[in-house]
Design a binder for this molecule. Structure first.
Ligand code: PLP
Length: 450
């Protein structure tokens, strides 16, 4: 029973010590909140848990429920908390700006927007120097798609199967997993073979996937495309890192077909992958357009598109406007995020803690056959569970059971991938080696209890 599991787990597994006391909570309790959520909020696929937790406070890599129970947040509000929950410097920047001015729109000047845009542009390679602020990842990809179509004069967009690029009516077209798709017109979007080293039919052979991309353009389009969009490590798709060398080949093919290349850095940007600040850097490419959200704001509703002056110039044909994009509070917070990531050396920290985590998880593969694959980079890690290693049969039910058991133990991980059989470990970037060890020990325990 759950009670026995709780007891067993608490005997064997203790969360690493953390010196913070949550405030006593006197607000509405879980049953009440859940009942009202069901009544007043639209139905959501995000019933990760039978009964969701009532999370009332957060501090760095930890969350607290209504009873003051502490949880290790290994999913960071869907890969969004970069610096840490309520990081003092980010919080202070938001509060100080909020006291002075919360909103004006870009029809007036405000230094916070310019400060943030300048600092963000300084993080970009090549000629990626023009910034547009929006409020989410979907909006960023929507704008990028518009830019690609206007700039090239072509319509066709290409994305990779297993990608998630948003849930707006236009970006659902770019998203390529049936779990997220409604039967709506998607415009001209082509989904090409995913260079997935674990499940892809060509393994890690980037050139075979690139040939399929070329074939698709030759046989499935007019020969001209507007743009190609890809994450370097697919997030919702289950932390699938594209086969090494693929993006370089794909970008060449797309440019020859008259298109522009868009890197979706919504999940893998902002130091998370450890080896680089941006995910695309690990493939040695410079995109024409980069989209970002999530980690950029440490929880603030904020997104951005960064591109070259030449591509940006097409947007000047008409009025281009976004009411909230880059409002002073979000800009002040976003600027603080960039400062904190630098000051706290989060990129090298992600590299170190992430490789420790991946190496320990890989060693568990010798003990537990249910672990089919351990992959990722830095603190963007996927663990894929299978009932049969040769057939790679998704261990769906087992993944759900272990996910519940993790919550009982006190760890919140993401569950995802096309088949719902992947644990996604993508914590706030202040996650420590002790936290990583705790996750591995908990996994060892949870598997042994299956
Ligand atoms: N792109 C990627 C890679 C994402 O993971 C997401 C969201 O999960 C999006 C775009 C859409 O972002 P949002 O939910 O902020 O609209």
């Amino acid at each position: 029973s759950a009670a026995t599991t709780d007891h067993d787990a608490s005997q064997r597994l203790q969360l690493p010590p953390f010196d913070y006391k949550p405030r006593p909570y006197k607000g509405p309790l879980a049953d009440d909140v859940f009942a009202r959520r069901k009544k007043f909020l639209g139905p959501s696929l995000f019933h990760f848990y039978q009964k969701p937790l009532n999370i009332v406070e957060g501090k760095m890599q930890y969350l607290f429920d209504e009873n003051g129970r502490r949880y290790l947040d290994a999913f960071a509000g869907i890969v969004t908390i970069s610096c840490g929950h309520c990081h003092p410097e980010v919080l202070n920047a938001i509060m100080e700006q909020s006291k002075l001015l919360q909103h004006t729109t870009t029809i007036y000047l405000h230094h916070a927007i310019a400060d943030f845009a300048e600092t963000l542009a300084s993080k970009m390679p090549g000629n990626l120097k023009v910034v547009y602020f929006v409020n989410s990842g979907s909006e960023a990809n929507d704008l990028a798609m518009l830019m690609a179509r206007l700039y090239t004069g072509n319509i066709g967009m290409i994305s990779l199967r297993n990608a998630y690029h948003g849930g707006s009516s236009s970006t659902i077209g770019l998203t390529a997993m049936n779990t997220w798709k409604y039967p709506i017109p998607e415009g001209e979007v082509h989904h090409v073979m995913n260079p997935d080293p674990y499940r892809g039919i060509f393994g890690s052979d980037a050139s075979s996937y690139a040939r399929e991309l070329q074939d698709h353009i030759d046989y499935g389009t007019s020969g001209k495309v507007a743009g190609f969009i890809a994450e370097t490590i697919q997030g919702a798709g289950g932390a699938v890192e594209l086969a090494p060398g693929y993006l370089k080949l794909a970008y060449d093919i797309i440019h020859k077909a008259g298109g522009v290349c868009i890197a979706d850095e919504v999940q893998c940007g902002f130091a998370r992958t450890g080896s680089h600040f941006w995910g695309f850097e690990s493939q040695g490419v410079i995109p024409d357009i980069v989209t970002m959200a999530k980690g950029i704001g440490n929880g603030l509703p904020l997104g951005a598109v960064v591109t070259t002056p030449e591509i940006a110039s097409v947007m000047a044909q008409k009025l281009q406007f976004n009411t909230f994009g880059g409002n002073p509070v979000c800009s002040a917070g976003g600027l603080a995020v960039l400062r904190v990531l630098d000051k706290e050396k989060r990129q090298s920290h992600c590299a170190e803690v992430g490789s420790h985590l991946i190496q320990r998880l890989r060693s568990l593969m010798h003990v537990h056959d249910i672990i089919g694959d351990v992959r990722g980079r830095g603190l963007m890690v996927g663990i894929e569970f299978v009932t049969d290693r040769k057939e790679k049969t998704p261990a769906k039910a087992e993944t759900t059971t272990m996910h519940e058991r993790f919550r009982e133990i006190g760890i919140l991980v993401g569950k995802g991938g096309m088949h719902g059989n992947v644990f996604r470990i993508k914590p706030p970037l202040c996650f420590t080696k002790n936290d990583a060890d705790f996750v591995v020990d908990a996994l060892d325990y949870a598997i042994s209890k299956l």
